[in-house]
Design a protein around this ligand. Structure first.
Ligand code: PEP
Ligand code: MG
Length: 764
């Protein structure tokens, strides 16, 4: 409907400039507004007064219902507040918001779109002007002014009302958010019907079982489980006391996590502690309290504003940090209201999130979550690897409805099979009873694990441990690992807020070496980039293809200072150990020699500085890049040992992103190209009498064991929790039979046949 033409009329002088200035200081309106309704009411009164209109009303959009609700009015029947609703597009007001344009009518009741509410008292107001309240393209509501006099509003009024609502939009939106919390304090279940999810098949990122209530990490609401109106009136000193308690709480969490995860957890809660000390943050809350807002509301308002700022940042990593801010908000509210015991966090719950960062999962693990369900990520992604080390079952299922599950939905995760049961019935729960009670039964000490591992016919196979966190070492001991075949040194780097220096690394590395005396320890040098992003180093945002970018050894070689610090720390920590240094992602002989040159240079310098260090470490490389198949002989002669990182090798050979669940079906370790390539690598290593092992996830899959042994692999490095299972499987293998099977596999061209020979079931 076109806006009606208007005639300019003479009216009393309206001081619009003053009104706009007044409104730009809108927070002043909070003063003695004990409730948000009062605040909205003050706005409508102020606008009606300045615009000389008989009526001014505010309608707010309820997104869940797709309806506008009358929330404040001056001039209409106030009994209708909260009762008058309009669909988007319905009535002149609904239309103004739907079409995002002002609607001005000189004779509103004659308009076909006019919506009549008996008793509201609108019919006598002929002149009508509705202006949408929007922030960017986000619809917040509508501001309506009305007058009994026909043709009352003129072009200028439209401009002015638009200017006023633009200025007010942010504040009204905030008020609306808080109001919506007040209305729906606990679970938004009535508003949002639970999606009918019963069973979901996910991909296994980290095994285990969990049965617990869900918590959705993307919930942007900030509320406690009760109604705002029951909150007591508090003071600014209550707020400052709550700040102190919250800071102490975070410090305690930090101490606990440092005790448990000393290698990676440094300063993990520091950013949050700093925020509590941030003057701007505290001042903003103080300011609102000084203006008369109850402290919990002031906290909510400022926290929401900060969350919104973070959510709007272009950097994905920083955007996700809005969780941290919400967490601060929760804690402050809880402590303000004296609910120290309220469990508002993640303890004992299954966390459902679109995505998580390594620091998130560490924090969550420190709060004893039961499991994680992610919508994105890959099973060999580093988040999964970290979850394995933290013993947190993790499943990946790209089902958007998961994020809409009502809070505290019961979920049963069978992260061995990849099954997710939502609100499972008694029968399902019973069938998992043992596993739920003992979801990490695999970790119980197994008396039958032996020091050395032999096939049925007596061939020795060496089993070493992959270590991601120092906490893994106890399992490596428990299950009698013969050494550490892969220590992923990047985890302490990933979680910190800055590069750890030589001395800091030295402490961590020494702990590792000391915990494994007399056994070989393989340090894989820094492997960052790809999905292992450092928050403090801006490599991610600049790279279109991070997996093909400045990753791994490439990063180290282009930051020799960082690389040298790490090598020095390793050489110093390993002074009297059976030390092995391994470079990831080597793509050429020159690259390997450059990296080795850095080690030699560091040894020379340490000697000159008279600092004790290892003088003759074994220097090896990971086989991860397909190009080296063509130069494998050259590398096998140069390196002291090789370890095949199948996670990356498969990703690069088959051009399938290991962290993208959309192509997970194409990520096929049994692809004939992979199997034949493995043989080429092993043949070269054996020709030059160099040790070759497998340290990617393929190494802990029993179905590949006969093939590995059949091509001559005698050393595997795996997550320690898999050691008992793999040892048991090896003892059942008869080498001549495995070799015969391998020959048969190598002759096959088709996946179907290879699958059959390896015992991989056909896809249903
Ligand atoms: C691999 O790529 O197989 C490997 C062991 O290294 P990461 O998983 O740490 O990339
Ligand atoms: Mg790798």
């Amino acid at each position: 409907m076109a806006m009606s033409s208007m005639r300019t009329m003479k009216k009393d002088q309206k001081d619009h400039t003053k009104l706009i200035c007044d409104i730009s200081e809108i927070s002043g309106l909070f003063q003695d507004s004990s409730t948000l309704e009062t605040f909205l009411q003050k706005i409508v009164e102020m606008i009606a007064d300045h615009m000389h209109s008989d009526v001014c009303s505010i309608y707010l959009l309820n997104e869940h219902k797709g309806e506008l609700e009358l929330r404040a009015t001056h001039g209409l029947n106030a009994d209708f507040i909260g009762k008058v609703t309009l669909k988007l597009g319905e009535g002149l007001t609904g239309l103004a918001l739907k079409e995002l344009r002002p609607i001005c009518e000189r004779n509103a009741s004659q308009n076909a779109n006019f919506r009549y509410f008996p008793g509201l008292g609108e019919e006598k107001f002929e002149s009508f002007l509705a202006v949408p309240i929007i922030r960017g393209t986000t619809r917040i509501g509508a501001m309506v002014i009305q007058n009994t006099q026909k043709n009352y509003f003129v072009e200028d009024d439209i401009k002015i009302l638009k200017a006023i609502t633009t200025q007010l939009a942010n504040t009204i939106e905030l008020a609306k958010l808080i109001l919506s919390i007040e209305e729906k304090p606990a679970v938004p279940s009535e508003e949002k019907p639970a999606p009918h999810l019963k069973f979901i098949k996910g991909k296994v990122g980290a095994p285990g079982f969990a049965y617990a209530e869900s918590i959705i990490l993307s919930e942007s609401q900030l509320s406690l489980s009760d109604n705002l109106s029951t909150w007591p009136a508090l003071t600014v000193s209550d707020f400052h006391q709550a700040l102190g308690i919250t800071e102490q709480e975070l410090k305690t969490l930090q101490e606990q996590i440092e005790e448990k995860l000393s290698d990676v957890a440094s300063m993990i809660f520091t950013a949050q502690i700093l925020m509590l000390k941030d003057k701007a943050f505290v001042d903003a809350i103080d300011h609102l309290i000084a203006q008369g807002l109850n402290p919990p509301l002031a906290v909510m308002q400022v926290v929401k504003e900060y969350m919104r700022r973070f959510e709007n940042l272009p950097d994905e990593y920083l955007r996700e940090k809005s969780h941290d801010i919400r967490d601060i908000g929760y804690r402050l509210l809880k402590n303000l209201l004296g609910r120290q015991n309220e469990t508002l966090d993640y303890g004992g719950r299954i966390v459902v999130a679109r995505e998580l960062f390594p620091s998130d999962i560490l924090k969550l693990s420190s709060q004893n979550i039961k499991g994680v369900i992610l919508l994105s990520g890959g099973v060999t992604s580093h988040l999964s690897i970290l979850a394995q080390s933290l013993q947190i079952p993790l499943l990946i299922a790209d089902i958007a409805g998961l994020l809409d599950l009502p809070a505290r939905t019961k979920i049963l995760m069978d992260a061995d099979q990849g099954n997710i049961y939502i609100d499972p019935g008694e029968e399902i729960i019973r069938s998992f009873k043992n596993k739920i009670d003992d979801h990490l039964g695999i970790l119980k000490s197994r008396d039958d694990v032996t020091d050395a591992t032999y096939t049925q016919d007596g061939t020795q196979v060496h089993l070493s441990a992959n270590i991601n966190l120092l906490g893994d070492v106890k399992y490596a001991h428990m299950f009698k690992a013969e050494g550490i075949g892969l220590y992923r040194t990047e985890f302490p780097f990933i979680v910190r807020s800055n590069f750890p220096g030589e001395e800091e690394q030295l402490i961590i590395y020494k702990k590792l070496i000391d915990s494994f005396p007399g056994k070989p320890v393989t340090f894989r040098t820094l492997d960052i980039g790809g999905d292992k992003v450092l928050s403090y180093f801006d490599h991610h945002s600049k790279e279109r293809n991070p997996y093909l970018g400045l990753r791994s050894i490439r990063f180290s070689l282009s930051h020799i200072d960082i690389f040298s610090q790490q090598i020095r720390a390793i050489l110093r920590a390993g002074v009297s150990a059976e030390l092995r240094i391994m470079f990831p992602m080597i793509s050429s002989l020159d690259e390997f020699q450059r990296a080795k040159g850095v080690v030699l240079q560091c040894m020379k310098e340490l000697k000159k500085e008279k600092i004790p260090c290892h003088r003759l470490p074994q220097i090896g490389m990971m086989v991860e890049i397909p190009a080296i198949l063509e130069i494998i002989d050259d590398l096998a002669q140069e390196a002291d040992f090789m370890s095949i990182g199948t996670n990356d090798f498969i990703q690069y050979m088959l051009a399938v992103d290991r962290s993208n669940e959309k192509v997970a079906d194409l990520y096929l370790p049994q692809h004939p190209a992979i199997l034949r390539a493995l043989k080429t690598i092993v043949d070269a290593a054996r020709k030059y009498k160099k040790e070759v092992s497998v340290c990617g996830d393929m190494a802990h899959e029993e179905k590949f064991l006969p093939y590995f042994l059949g091509i001559g692999i005698r050393s595997l490095s795996i997550n320690p929790t898999y050691l008992p299972k793999m040892q048991a499987a090896i003892t059942k293998i008869h080498l001549p039979k495995a070799e015969a099977l391998t020959q048969a596999i190598l002759k096959e061209k088709h996946l179907k046949e290879i699958n059959r020979l390896l015992g991989i079931p056909a896809k249903s």
